[in-house]
Design a protein around this ligand. Structure first.
Ligand code: PLP
Length: 438
C-alpha cells in the first residue's frame, strides 16, 4: 500500500491558490469519494510517478492525447527542436501546412483546416461556422456527449427530446441554452421529433460519432447514417466532434474507420472538430470541413475566429511527430491485442468475485461499467454503480494502477504499454475485485 503524504500536503497548498486545488474538475477525486488527488511529478512511457515517488501504470493517457506514451523520444525531440527555434511567432509557418496536409490526407472530408488551441475552441468554432453557413441558429446535440465547456454545448436535455435545453452550468443564460436541443444517442426518434419541430432553424446536428464521454459507446448500425440523412433533409449541417476519436482507433477518424463502418460515404460530416492526439501532448485543436463551408471563416468569409497561440510551432511539431509514430505499421493492432487481453482478464476477475461489469472496447480503448446491462446510451451509462467504481478505483490506485477518476471515463492503451504492464494490471485487478466483491 502506498504513502501519499506529499500529495496530501500539495493538495492543501494548491487549494489556497488554485480553485478547488485543480485546473480542471475532472482531475479532482470528487467523483471517487473525494480527498486529495494524486500530484504527479514525472512521466515516461506507460508510467507516471507521484510527488511521493510512487509509480503508476497509466491508463488515463491525459484523457486521451498521450497515445504514444509519455515523453516518447520522437515527440520529445520534435518539441525540443521547435523550442530552440522559438516558441511563438504570430506569423504563418511551414509546419502548419505539414500538419494540415497530414490531417487532410487522413480525414478527406476536411478540404480546409484551421488550427486553434483546444477541443473546446474547435467545437465552439464549428458551431459558429455552421450558423454562418446556414444562417440558422439552433444546434441539436446528443445526451451525454461532451463537447468542451463553451456555453452552447454545456446544455442538458430539457424534460424530453421535444423540449429545448436547460443550462448545465451556472453562468449560461437560458436564452443561449434555448438554442440547443438535446436528444438521446443511438436512436433516431428523438432527433426526428426535434427536426420536425425546429428543423428550419437548426444550423447543425453535432455528435461524437463514437462516444468517449459516457464510456466508449459505438453507434448502433445505421445510427450515423440516419443522423446525416435526417440532418441533411432538414437543411442542417453535420458536425462530428472527433476530439477523442481521431487517430484513437486507426490512422484516421470515425468517418474513415472502414473496419467498423461499411459505407463511409453515408457518414461523412460537413465539419469536424479535432484536438487531443493531434497535438502529441501539447495544447492544440483544429477544425475543418467542406471548402464552401470553411470559406465562411475570416479572412475569407464573415465568420470571425482568431488566436494568438493558434498553430503554435511546438504543438504543431509535437502533433506531426505523434502522427508519424502512429503511421508505423502494426501500432493499432498491438494496442488492440493488449486491450483485448486486458479486458478479457478484467471480465474474468470481476465474474470470479461476483462484481457486475460491462466492458465496451473499441480497438485499444475501453470503458468499464459496473452494471449487468449493456451500455449504449447515456441513461444506461448513468444507471451503473458509481460507488462500486469508486472503491475499485481506490483499490487499483493503491496497487499502482492509475485510472481516470470517474465512472464515465475510458481506459486508454498507448504504444508504450507492454505485456508485462497488462500482467501487472490484471494482478492488481484480481486483488481489487476480490476486495470489493461479495
Ligand atoms: N470534445 C470531446 C469529445 C472531448 O472529449 C473534449 C474533452 O475531453 C472536448 C471536446 C474538449 O476538449 P478540450 O478539453 O481540449 O477543450
Amino acid at each position: 500500500m502506498q504513502e501519499r503524504v506529499r500529495s496530501a500536503q500539495l493538495y492543501e497548498e494548491a487549494k489556497k491558490h488554485i480553485v478547488g486545488g485543480v485546473n480542471s474538475p475532472s482531475r479532482s477525486f470528487k467523483a471517487v469519494g473525494g480527498g486529495a488527488p494524486v500530484f504527479m511529478k514525472r512521466a515516461e512511457g506507460a508510467y507516471f510517478w507521484d510527488a511521493d515517488g510512487n509509480r503508476y501504470i497509466d491508463y488515463l493517457a491525459a484523457f486521451g492525447p498521450i497515445i504514444t506514451g509519455h515523453a516518447h523520444p520522437h515527440v520529445t525531440e520534435a518539441i525540443v527542436r521547435a523550442a530552440r527555434n522559438g516558441t511563438l511567432y504570430g506569423t504563418a509557418t511551414e509546419g502548419e501546412i505539414t500538419l494540415a496536409r497530414m490531417l487532410k490526407e487522413a480525414i478527406p472530408s476536411m478540404d480546409k483546416v484551421r488550427f486553434v488551441n483546444s477541443g473546446t475552441e474547435a467545437v465552439m468554432t464549428t458551431i459558429r461556422v455552421a450558423r454562418a453557413a446556414t444562417k440558422r441558429n439552433k444546434i441539436v446535440k446528443f445526451a451525454g456527449c461532451y463537447h468542451g465547456h463553451s456555453d452552447l454545448v454545456l446544455v442538458a436535455a430539457g424534460s424530453g427530446p421535444s423540449t429545448l435545453g436547460i443550462p448545465d452550468s451556472a453562468g449560461i443564460p437560458v436564452s443561449i441554452a434555448s438554442e440547443v436541443i438535446t436528444v438521446p444517442f443511438n436512436e433516431l426518434d428523438g432527433l426526428k421529433l426535434a427536426l420536425e419541430r425546429w428543423g428550419d432553424d437548426v444550423a447543425a446536428v453535432m455528435v461524437e460519432p463514437i462516444v468517449g464521454n459516457f464510456g466508449m459507446v459505438m453507434p448502433k448500425p445505421g445510427f450515423l447514417e440516419g443522423v446525416c440523412r435526417l440532418a441533411r433533409e432538414a437543411g442542417a449541417l453535420v458536425i462530428y466532434d472527433e476530439v477523442i476519436t481521431a487517430f484513437r482507433f486507426h490512422y484516421g477518424s470515425t468517418q474513415t474507420f472502414s473496419a467498423a463502418f461499411p459505407d463511409l460515404a453515408a457518414i461523412e460530416p460537413d465539419l469536424t472538430a479535432l484536438g487531443k492526439i493531434i497535438g502529441g501532448g501539447l495544447p492544440i485543436g483544429a477544425y475543418g470541413g467542406r471548402r464552401e463551408v470553411m470559406e465562411q471563416v475570416a479572412p475569407l468569409g464573415p465568420a470571425y475566429q482568431a488566436g494568438t497561440m493558434a498553430g503554435n510551432p511546438a504543438s504543431v511539431a509535437a502533433g506531426i511527430a505523434c502522427l508519424e509514430v502512429l503511421r508505423e505499421p502494426g501500432v493499432y493492432a498491438r494496442m488492440e491485442s493488449l486491450a483485448t487481453r486486458l479486458t478479457g482478464g478484467l471480465a474474468e476477475s470481476a465474474a470470479r468475485y461476483g462484481v457486475p461489469l460491462t466492458i465496451n472496447r473499441i480497438v485499444g480503448a475501453f470503458s468499464t461499467h459496473f452494471c449487468d446491462h449493456p451500455v449504449t446510451n447515456y441513461d444506461e451509462a448513468q444507471d451503473t454503480d458509481g460507488e462500486l467504481f469508486a472503491r475499485f478505483f481506490r483499490e487499483m490506485l493503491e496497487r499502482g494502477v492509475y485510472l481516470a477518476p470517474s465512472k464515465y471515463e475510458a481506459w486508454f492503451l498507448t504504444t508504450a504499454h507492454t505485456d508485462a504492464d497488462i500482467d501487472a494490471t490484471l494482478e492488481a485487478a484480481e486483488a481489487s475485485f476480490k476486495a470489493i466483491g461479495q
